[in-house]
Design a protein around this ligand. Structure first.
Ligand SMILES: [Zn+2]
Length: 458
């Protein structure tokens, strides 16, 4: 089975070329001028960019929360991702308290059986002890090469500095990458108890009680601990200037210090959390949305390379029936936003606005995250031998983001009514068409688990 993608502009993290792409079976075989190879299928990409399928290394599908689950599972979540131009997600398996890592991982393999795109897994380590440290080594051998720890949510996810340091030492030995939720959970916990006790229960206080200074402090601590342990570290969902400053400081000293941000921190702000009534709950996530003036710093961090990826932290909860658990108490609002489908096109607006080059855009949505998380060269680029995960992207298509038209299984959009330019017209995974002109051609279970290689400096 051969597919020829003709007359498009092939864009990778480094080159922009008018060229055709020949896909043979599941891989890219040839990139060249006016290829006249005989193909079973020809896709006309005139006027479109031919880009690598997006790689979103931070999703939460089928995540348990307070007796229910977030509203996208692997079937609906990966389908929505692909409609938006993302063909590989790396999700987080969660260790339960009192359990080793293995049962949590097995639960996520089971959930992943429904995946419609390829996926990888990180492992969330809630309890660091001799047993889990030994298990980490074995997981690395099986292609789970990154471990997420939390400095926030005391009693739920939080690890103390000693535990974090032990896990970092182990990662240094095994070649794993430590991912960190960096917010100082102690003072945040004190603040939100005090606000609730004073009757300040509206959604906006979720943000007020999680100040950017406590994210900056935690990021600084992560890189000090990682330096001592001799391991690389990656900050997930970086939201603020304070945190970015701490990343820059570590990178300027030459440390293997990395960070991603998310579309919500580039396009939304604490004003959204302060919308009238309970509507602010739609925007409750952690770290919280920041004042608007942080956005320009994050965009420039993406342009300069201090931030190396844009992921989503996709964790959707319906406004009716899930978010409203927190009416009268912001601490009970499920944390998380839907955005797995919108990431690719939202970030492309940064190209149109002159904030990012086209190649830097591809780097941020596909190439760099694939390299960072051990998926390269199979994922994240268009090159002979790489998986034929390809997006034919029409950069001129004008549309409006809305819950009416999105494919995520959630009853609202954070970007309701936002006009954007650009549409993934055709999306292929390993040569198979997933999306073609708005129609879904994929199937449940067709996505494969992709074992990832050990961390290598990207
Ligand atoms: Zn997350």
């Amino acid at each position: 089975m051969k597919t020829l993608i003709k007359n498009g502009t092939v864009v990778t993290a480094t080159e922009t070329t008018r060229a055709d792409v020949l896909v043979d079976d599941e891989q890219v075989a040839l990139i060249g001028l006016s290829l006249d190879a005989t193909a079973d299928t020809t896709i006309d990409a005139t006027g479109s960019y031919v880009m690598p399928g997006g790689v979103d290394v931070h999703t939460h599908f089928d995540l348990p929360f307070g007796g229910s689950f977030c509203s996208d599972d692997f079937a609906t979540g990966t389908r929505a991702a692909a409609f938006g131009g993302t063909t590989t997600c790396v999700d987080f398996a969660v260790q339960d308290y009192g359990e080793p890592l293995r049962p949590g991982l097995e639960r996520w393999f089971e959930k992943g059986e429904k995946a419609q795109t390829d996926y990888g897994l990180h492992m969330i380590v809630r309890e660091v002890n001799e047993r889990t440290l030994n298990e980490m080594d074995r997981l690395v051998d099986e292609g789970i090469t990154s471990f997420k720890l939390f400095m926030a949510y005391p009693g739920v996810f939080m690890n103390d500095d000693a535990s974090i340091f032990k896990a970092m030492q182990r990662a240094a030995d095994s070649g794993a990458l430590i991912l960190m939720h960096a917010e100082n959970g102690g003072p945040i916990d004190v603040l939100f108890q005090q606000y609730l006790a004073n009757g300040k229960t509206e959604p906006k206080y979720h943000g007020v009680t999680r100040p950017a200074s406590m994210e900056g402090e935690a990021v600084h601590r992560v890189f000090k601990l990682a330096e001592l342990a001799g391991c690389p570290a990656y900050i997930v969902h970086l939201s603020s200037r304070d945190a970015l400053d701490a990343v820059k400081e570590a990178r300027d000293r030459g440390l293997p210090a990395y960070a991603e941000t998310c579309p919500q921190y580039l396009f939304l702000s604490d004003d959204d959390m302060a919308r009238p009534g309970f509507e602010g709950a739609k925007f409750v996530c952690s770290p919280p949305l920041r004042p608007k003036d942080h956005q320009a710093d994050l965009w420039s961090g993406l342009a300069t390379g201090d931030l190396m990826a844009v992921s989503t932290d996709h964790a959707p909860f319906n406004y009716k029936g899930q978010k409203d658990l927190g009416v009268g108490n912001f601490a009970k609002i499920p944390n998380g936003l839907p955005s797995v489908e919108d990431r690719f096109t939202l970030l492309f607006q940064g190209v149109l606005e002159g904030r990012l080059s086209l190649n830097r855009f591809v780097d941020l949505v596909a190439t760099a995250p694939a390299k960072m998380m051990g998926l390269s060269p199979r994922k994240g680029t268009i090159a002979p031998g790489s998986d034929a995960d390809i997006v034919v992207f029409d950069p001129t298509h004008e549309r409006t983001l809305s819950a009416e038209t999105h494919h995520m299984n959630v009853d609202y959009s954070c970007y309701e009514g936002l006009p954007v330019k650009g549409l993934p017209k055709v999306v292929l995974q390993r040569g198979h068409v997933l999306v073609e002109n708005g129609e879904w051609r994929g199937r449940e279970g067709a996505g494969r688990f992709i074992p990832r290689t050990r961390f290598a400096v990207p």
